[in-house]
Write a protein that binds this ligand. Structure first.
Ligand SMILES: O=C[C@H](O)[C@H](O)[C@H](O)COP(=O)(O)O
Length: 232
């Protein structure tokens, strides 16, 4: 699949998911290239159809895009609930285990998701996999002592790399932390890995989102299809 085809599938999933947002809702808005299409469509509905809703965003990038359309964005601590959060994902398997954080927004994404009544992801079909792990697993790490955390990951065979920006400096998250990507290829025991990572001092959060999502809208050449998680 080339990028144009992939973008068309992302866009179709984003437009489909935008239908879930109704007047008066509080909606979590994710991050990434697929979510950009979602926010474009929500912006169109706000401007052309008079849709009114309140957004909580998972990154400054999404906040800027949404506010550009006149969408009202508030701080997560200014709302007592989030009706639904729509976000992207990097990989998702049939058990609804997923990797997120390719865009370095995993920490705020997990906080927003954890506080949402319903979680929906939008992906193109290339991201639905048998077993997660081919996509490098992002881990958000405090800069102080990050070298030692990376060494620990090396010792455990996780094949870590510090994510670098184009300017040659480490990528910084919205919380000013680093991102370490683990090149694992196959994650057979995601729960064990998640526990190991979160119990490593210096790790703030990891990109394993295990059985959190309710619905995945998959951009498919035959039209968006829905995967529903009945085991959550
Ligand atoms: O940190 C970024 C997020 O987890 C994204 O939702 C994820 O990387 C998918 O992004 P995209 O839609 O650009 O593939």
């Amino acid at each position: 699949m080339d990028k144009t085809q992939q973008d068309a599938l992302k866009k179709a999933a984003g437009i489909e998911a935008a239908k879930l947002i109704e007047n008066g809702m509080i909606a979590g808005l994710g991050t990434g290239s697929t979510v950009r299409f979602l926010v474009d469509e929500l912006g169109r509905r706000v401007q052309e159809e008079g849709l009114t809703f309140t957004g909580v965003t998972t990154s400054r990038r999404t906040q800027e895009q949404a506010e550009g359309y006149g969408i009202k964005i508030v701080d997560i601590d200014d709302v007592d609930h989030i009706d639904v959060t729509i976000d992207g994902a990097d990989e998702v398997d049939q058990n609804f285990n997923s990797i997120k954080g390719g865009g370095a927004a995993l920490l705020w994404e997990k906080i927003v998701a954890t506080n949402s009544n319903k979680i929906v992801w939008i992906v193109d079909e290339s991201k639905v996999v048998d077993t997660i792990g081919k996509f490098p697993l992002p881990v958000e790490v405090i800069p102080f002592g990050a070298g030692h955390v990376i060494k620990r990951f090396e010792d455990r065979g996780y094949q870590p790399t510090l994510r670098m920006a184009e300017d040659g400096k480490p990528v910084r998250t919205d919380e000013n932390n680093y991102v370490v990507d683990l090149h694992l290829e196959l994650i057979d025991h995601p729960q064990d890995l998640a526990e190991d990572l979160i119990n490593t001092v210096g790790v703030v959060e990891h990109g394993l989102f295990l059985n959190m999502v309710d619905t995945v809208i998959v951009g498919d050449p035959h039209g968006p299809r829905v995967m529903t998680n009945s085991n959550k």
